[in-house]
Write a protein that binds this ligand. Structure first.
Ligand code: SF4
Length: 640
């Protein structure tokens, strides 16, 4: 039986486990990337592992998320990342060089390699045939240190593309169609693998748009084959030597099939407030628009912006619309400047932003109150734009550009005369905004501004674990409750002592001080504790406050992993009714904790009420080892 492309790449990188679907496997990581919002913590974790030099084939540190410099904190973080990268063998992409995923595709992605990034849109690399996966910062730090990355052996979905896109319909519409069919929950523990005749009609940047937004399916990743189109792209980027032809075997067996006929596809849009609320643009055409934002790691390539420039050439942005454009990289912006397309954008009345995430992460350009914002981005959750009352629609660059001119949501099909835009034979190559690491052995001073505080580590698991129930929370507590993240707190991502004062504050503002006064203790949670983003800070702040364990009715998967990685015991009530028996301030104790954790079953004693509750600790053998050591970093150190 033949293999899918996904299986071939996994087979080449498999170091732990067997390729049995649904089981845990460990894979070797070739390349890593970080961005600034998750990067500071990832590099502090790498430093804590005491690994002098990264062991990957190549690691990159990008600055693209938080480039507003209203106070010294952000630039201090940039300098820390730059110096720590130089010391440990990591390439540093300066602010202004571009969005991590766009630059990665242009300059560093290699077909057939694995890429682990501390950003959920790392799967963009699948556009060039990489197995590219988003993960928490600690997982990326472990990969940089030479450790494997653990995933559930995925199911593979065959996405069969037939036909050819019509002018005015773009690859953004392909992924919106897949989201319409599969929904935001449709990709869990799955890889979406693109096949069929339609694939060879799509350029690498178009493929990258599709794999980028595959993240919204909740998928492990998405991947395209590496073919003549990939070869031409790499050669035009001066990297022809990085090409390898890759595809699935003709008799590969897939777990699910999704079909998209490119020739009949129409321009689509994801309506507020979810990327899978997809309708045809023609169904809601005429909606009055306040803002159009073009860019993000989904749609800011040279090809995307050339199409936008072609539509805007000689036109004027409508009176009621503000049009903002953030090119994806220095390469893109410089090429537009040199070929005159930038002048077409400016002449039409567009505002040009620097090459970075900007409005996509809510850094500036928040829409007006109750505004309608059309965006070429990948997420439209309520409030992400910075304006809670705004309605954000996700769509293609073509739809965005024509709508900016007309002032209302407009279907580009039949309304725009797009010229044929050929991909360049030679992209403009100038990597002078990428700083190479220092040669091995050279002394480099790591500069840590006052905002960068030591990183909290749990202690190895004691034989007796005891403390008070410091907070009792209800069902569905999110990582936003546990560790709020907003524009005010974002500059403090490298300052856990500062952030810890906001830990669980939306549930109980006195919790952080209570935890400090009692030298730590336990959190009591309801169902689905820790749902939401993969934010690792929701485990790090509790570590800093001395939290030894969380006893909940159930956990969200990623948060549970983050607790384990950081040495906090995630326990579930065997009898859910016991949740009601624990009160704030009760003295709790676990005897013979090391032995009981290994057994997976724990007797939790409530000394205040003289009661005992059976609780379970449902983790793998590897995770038990981590908990015994007091977290992954302590475990790595003990093995070095
Ligand atoms: Fe994330 Fe948006 Fe930046 Fe992409 S452009 S990496 S989605 S913040």
């Amino acid at each position: 039986m033949g293999l899918t492309l996904t299986e071939k790449i996994i087979k080449d990188h498999l170091v732990v486990g067997e390729m049995v679907k649904g089981t845990e496997i460990g894979i070797r990581i070739d390349q890593t990337l970080t961005q600034d919002s998750t990067g500071t913590m990832a590099y502090m974790q790498l430093e804590a592992m005491e690994v002098p030099r990264v062991k990957t084939k190549r690691s990159l540190a990008y600055i693209d998320h938080n480039m507003l410099q209203e106070g010294p904190e952000n630039m201090d973080d940039h300098i820390y990342i730059q110096t720590v990268a130089k010391k440990h063998g990591v390439y540093f992409s300066k602010p202004g060089n571009g969005i991590c995923h766009q630059v990665e595709i242009e300059r560093f992605g290699v077909p057939g390699q694995t890429l682990l990034g501390s950003d959920s849109h790392t799967p963009t690399g699948g556009g060039i045939g990489m197995l590219a996966i988003g993960a928490g910062g600690l997982d990326v730090a472990v990969a940089m240190a030479g450790g494997e990355y653990y995933i559930t052996m995925p199911e593979v979905v065959k996405v069969e593309l037939t036909g050819k896109l019509r002018k005015g319909v773009s690859s953004k519409d392909i992924i919106l169609e897949v989201l319409r069919q599969c929904t935001v929950k449709g990709g869990i523990n799955k890889v979406f693998e693109y096949t069929g005749d339609g694939v060879k009609t799509l350029t690498v940047p178009e493929r990258a748009t599709v794999t980028n937004m595959g993240a919204e399916l909740g998928a492990t990743t998405s991947v395209f084959p590496s073919d003549d189109m990939t070869k031409a792209f790499l050669e035009a980027q001066g990297r022809g030597e990085d090409f390898t032809a890759l595809s699935a075997d003709s008799d590969a067996v897939y777990d699910q099939v999704v079909k998209v006929d490119l020739s009949t596809l129409e321009p689509l849009t994801a309506c507020p407030h979810s990327p899978d609320k997809v309708v045809k643009v023609s169904e809601i055409e005429g909606l009055k628009v306040n803002q159009v934002a073009i860019g993000s790691c989904t749609n800011s390539s040279w090809l995307d912006l050339m199409k936008v420039a072609a539509i805007l050439k000689g036109q004027t942005v409508a009176e009621n619309v503000q049009l903002v454009i953030a090119p994806g990289s220095k390469q893109v912006l410089t090429m537009l400047a040199e070929n005159g397309a930038l002048a077409d954008l400016l002449n039409a009345g567009a505002r040009i932003l620097e090459c970075g995430c900007g409005p996509c992460i809510g850094m500036g350009q928040a829409p007006c109150t109750d505004g309608v914002s059309l965006r070429t981005f990948n997420r439209n959750f309520k409030g992400r734009s910075g304006t809670v009352s705004a309605d954000v629609y996700l769509l293609s660059p073509e739809t965005a550009a024509i709508s900016a001119v007309k002032g209302v949501l407009t279907n580009p099909l039949g309304k725009v005369e797009l010229p044929d835009i050929e991909m360049p034979k030679d992209f403009l190559i100038n990597d002078n905004a990428v700083v190479a690491p220092a040669p091995e052995g050279e002394v480099v001073e790591v500069v840590k501004g006052p905002n960068i505080k030591p990183f909290p580590l749990a202690k190895p698991l004691a034989d007796t674990v005891e403390g008070k129930a410091l907070i009792v929370v209800e069902d569905n507590i999110t990582t936003d409750h546990i560790m709020p993240s907003n524009a005010k707190l974002l500059p403090y991502r490298s300052n856990i002592p500062y952030l810890a004062d906001y830990c669980l504050a939306p549930c109980d503002p006195e919790f952080p001080q209570r935890a400090k006064d009692n030298d730590g203790g336990f959190i009591i949670g309801g169902q689905n504790y820790g749902q939401g983003s993969s934010r690792e800070h929701a485990a790090l702040a509790p570590v800093y406050l001395g939290i030894k364990g969380v006893i909940a009715k159930s956990f969200a998967r990623i948060h549970k992993n983050n607790l384990i990685n950081n040495g906090i015991l995630p326990m579930v009530f065997e009898n859910e009714a016991d949740y009601d028996k624990i009160s704030l301030g009760d003295n709790l104790m676990i005897d013979n904790a090391r032995e009981q954790v290994n057994a997976g079953k724990i007797v939790l004693k409530n000394k205040t009420k003289n009661e005992e509750y059976p609780v379970l600790i449902e983790v793998s053998e590897r995770q038990k080892e981590m908990l015994q050591a007091g977290g992954l970093i302590n475990l790595m150190r003990s093995k070095n």
